[in-house]
Design a protein around this ligand. Structure first.
Ligand SMILES: NC(=O)c1ccc[n+]([C@@H]2O[C@H](COP(=O)([O-])OP(=O)(O)OC[C@H]3O[C@@H](n4cnc5c(N)ncnc54)[C@H](OP(=O)(O)O)[C@@H]3O)[C@@H](O)[C@H]2O)c1
Length: 431
């Protein structure tokens, strides 16, 4: 049987998972695809520590050159994470005529333009199925399964840590910090969870989804990013009482000839499919012209789940190599009807707003007066528990308003004597 030789860089969590699958499913896979995927070399900084899977000692090296410079290696799998030296290793590998598989969303989001250009220049491919939603086959589905579609929008719950925290707050009535503590305890949050809870990881994944759906590789700076660290238990509960759930959504939405690209906490109706995506699960809700509305759902992380996607890329590349197929731009087509990206100020949305006001007659009238001045109309208002002389929450849902107008109105309202805390505004989506 013909062999495809693979060099793995990064024998960590996902790397070991990949080796495990290739070892345990060796004949299953080769029977399926008619080729043998052979691990020729594994490079890691540490080749002494015991891993979850054992390999022959002579496969291991600390020297990256043993992979990059080996002419017999057809595919390089980068699973070390981070920007440097992952970027340099991938470029070197492409220049040496190798195809590449990576799960590194941060790298592709930040350096994708250069990496894809080098790949294209060299007639090689970079596959990255594990980079969004781990084992959920979202990349292949967008690229191949939905190839005839025009996309309208993507709504993604693509960060398991944030989704776990928000679910925990809602289900157990705990604060953000308590939920984060629980996530750390259960291994669902890193020691430094900033990338996850501040929405940056979601933005990295959104960049890749937007690339696949709309053909634009947007910059991180082009995305409005707001994390979940300021979400209070009170807002989670008030939203729940009104029939909504708060989720950290990665959103790409085509509005006429503009594209909105944003990541932020969002109120969605309890009845929507995405509301039931709890804990560390991920889901991507895609709307397109032919296939309609689709939901891709599953564990968004995990050794075997991510490695399953890496192996699927290996199999695809193996097939490409056998037939001499080169996909210069991964069949990605630019949606030319999009004229520009819409700035966050310009978006129109419904909003959940919470004011903390002194419980005095006339306060509500003053607030609604300011909102009206900025052309903002109220859909519903609830004044929570009445306590004389104390500060009480006033919770409002407002009809579609321009973000810029709302911000200006809130600035004015926050300066009113009766308002005792900065107002909270959370965007809403019907999805
Ligand atoms: N874990 C998941 O569920 C998951 C899901 C989807 C995508 N991903 C992506 O998959 C990639 C790998 O994640 P992971 O969880 O497997 O990470 P990991 O467990 O930290 O594994 C990375 C491995 O690479 C080694 N390494 C780091 N720098 C190196 C270098 N310069 N040369 C050689 N080896 C080096 C690390 O060694 P040290 O530990 O000594 O630094 C470690 O053994 C990341 O891009 C991640 O975002 C992960």
């Amino acid at each position: 049987m013909k062999k495809i030789n693979v060099g793995l860089i990064g024998f960590g969590n996902v790397g070991s998972g990949m080796i495990k699958i290739l070892q345990e499913k060796k004949s299953f896979l080769s029977n399926k695809i008619g080729f043998q995927i052979n691990i020729k070399k594994i490079c890691d900084k540490d080749i002494a520590s015991k891993r979850s899977i054992s390999v022959e000692k002579n496969l291991l090296t600390r020297n990256i050159k043993e992979i990059i410079n080996d002419p017999q290696i057809d595919i390089v799998v980068e699973l070390i994470g981070g920007i440097h030296p992952a970027k340099e290793y991938i470029i070197e590998a492409l220049k040496k005529g190798k195809n590449v598989v990576t799960a590194n969303k941060a790298l592709l989001a930040q350096e994708g333009r250069e990496l894809f250009a080098v790949a294209s220049d060299r007639g090689k491919n970079i596959y990255f199925e594990a980079s969004v939603g781990a084992g959920i086959p979202i990349i292949k589905s967008l690229r191949e399964g939905l190839v005839a579609n025009k996309f309208y929008s993507i709504f993604g719950i693509v960060n398991g840590t944030s989704n776990f925290i928000l679910s925990e707050m809602s289900n157990t009535n705990c604060t953000f910090n308590q939920a984060l503590g629980e996530a750390k305890l259960r291994g669902f949050a890193e020691k430094d969870p900033t990338l996850d809870i501040e929405g940056i990881d979601s933005a990295h994944k959104l960049i890749l989804l937007v690339y696949l759906c709309f053909g634009r590789l947007v910059n991180l700076n082009d995305i409005f990013i707001e994390g979940i660290s300021r979400i209070s238990l009170a807002d989670v509960n008030y939203a729940k009482e009104m029939g909504f759930v708060i989720k950290l959504l990665a959103i790409a939405k085509k509005v006429r000839d503009e594209l909105e690209v944003r990541v932020h906490p969002t109120l969605i109706p309890k009845t929507h499919l995405l509301s039931s995506v709890s804990g560390i699960f991920n889901a991507i809700y895609v709307s397109c012209d032919l296939a309609g509305n689709l939901l891709f759902y599953g564990p968004g992380a995990g050794q075997l789940s991510a490695a399953s996607a890496v192996v699927s890329d290996l199999v695809d590349l193996t097939k490409d190599i056998q037939v001499g197929l080169f996909r210069p731009t991964l069949d990605i087509v630019v949606d030319k009807s999009i004229r520009k990206l819409r700035r966050i100020d310009e978006i129109e949305s419904r909003y959940y707003i919470r004011f903390m006001a002194v419980d005095k007659p006339g306060v509500l009238a003053k607030i609604s007066g300011v909102l009206a001045k900025f052309g903002i109309s109220i859909a519903s208002v609830t004044q929570k528990e009445r306590r004389k002389t104390q500060v009480v929450p006033i919770v409002m849902i407002i009809h579609e308003a321009k973000e810029k107008n709302l911000r200006q109105a809130l600035e004015v309202i926050d300066r009113l004597d009766a308002i005792r805390q900065k107002s909270v505004a959370i965007r809403m989506e019907e999805v």
